[in-house]
Design a protein around this ligand. Structure first.
Ligand code: SIN
Length: 291
């Protein structure tokens, strides 16, 4: 039996995993160890993984059924041969973007929460990186819920929010969408503010993204104020980790109990990442914080 080495990356979440070559088929015992490490640390980093696209796809399938990328602003898959792979890049070829999100900041979010069944997980593989900038951060939403002051827990108990589908995390409008002037009218799924994670059974704060969010049943201003409070709490550095990319890093994250964001980088530099997603199994609302 081979064993992997798992080294925590930050107090809140994240771990480096070594001792495994992910371009090769995974033995069942190694997969079980990876799942265990993932469940404990929520975000895993694998350094020096040189994966072809088919290898990235077969690795991803060991973690569940693939979930195709959401609609991008250009209306067609970035890789015609591998439509299950999303490309995150600022590179343009012949004036056409080869990927999504550009070179600006990508704000805190979880992926595709504007659909009824958001993806459970994602892999992100670094194929080309700038000399500096473009760092990515994840935050632990189990911890954010656990540390939420009791009065705030009570205020969000049983509440649901709209998860706006209009804009991506880089502030680019998705194809076919119209600007939203009133968050109460935003298109997108309605999800509980606190979910029970389907595997761990633990409650996690589930915020999606701030822009055009709205807590159902509240007056608009009350919803705005409460969301601002929740987001300030959830994204504090004590709940987060930072990934400074190296070439061929591969990240795996749990999209049900983490948020992520990305720093901007030099527009003159080129950054290319290939990404897959794993289908979600769904979640239920958390029953409540109690007295
Ligand atoms: C993403 O939000 O999925 C992209 C993160 C990154 O570009 O590092």
């Amino acid at each position: 039996m081979s064993s992997i080495t798992v080294t925590p990356l930050a107090a809140a979440l994240g771990a480096d995993v070594s001792g495994v070559d992910l371009s090769r088929p995974l033995a069942p015992d190694v997969l079980a160890q990876l799942r265990q490490a993932w469940s404990q640390h929520l975000v895993l980093r694998f350094r020096g993984q040189r994966l072809s696209d088919p290898e990235l796809l077969s690795l991803s399938r060991r973690f569940g059924e693939l979930d195709p990328p959401g609609p991008n602003p250009y209306g067609k898959p970035f890789l015609a041969e591998f439509p299950e792979i999303n490309v995150i890049s600022n590179v343009k070829v012949g004036g056409e973007p080869i990927g999504n999100l550009g070179d600006g900041e990508a704000v805190w979010h979880c992926d595709m929460t504007y659909v009824e069944l958001p993806p459970r997980a994602a892999f992100l593989h670094a194929l080309q990186i700038p000399d500096s900038g473009g760092d990515t951060y994840w935050a632990n939403m189990y911890l954010a819920y656990e540390r939420l002051p009791q009065p705030l827990k009570r205020r969000i108990e049983g509440r649901r929010a709209i998860h706006d589908a209009t804009f991506n995390s880089a502030g680019i409008m998705r194809k076919g969408m119209q600007p939203v002037t009133d968050p109460r009218q935003a298109p997108g799924a309605h999800h509980p503010l606190v979910i029970v994670h389907p595997e761990s059974g633990r409650p996690a704060l589930y915020l999606g993204r701030r822009r055009n969010s709205y807590i159902l049943g509240l007056a608009l201003q009350e919803s705005e104020d409460l969301l601002d409070e929740l987001w300030a709490h959830a994204t504090q550095p004590a709940f987060a980790m930072r990934q400074v990319w190296r070439l061929h890093d591969l990240m795996l994250w749990d999209n049900y109990c983490t948020l992520h964001r990305r720093d901007s980088f030099d527009p003159g530099a080129q950054r290319i990442m290939h990404r897959t997603q794993i289908k979600g199994t769904g979640f239920v609302p958390h029953a409540g914080a109690g007295a």
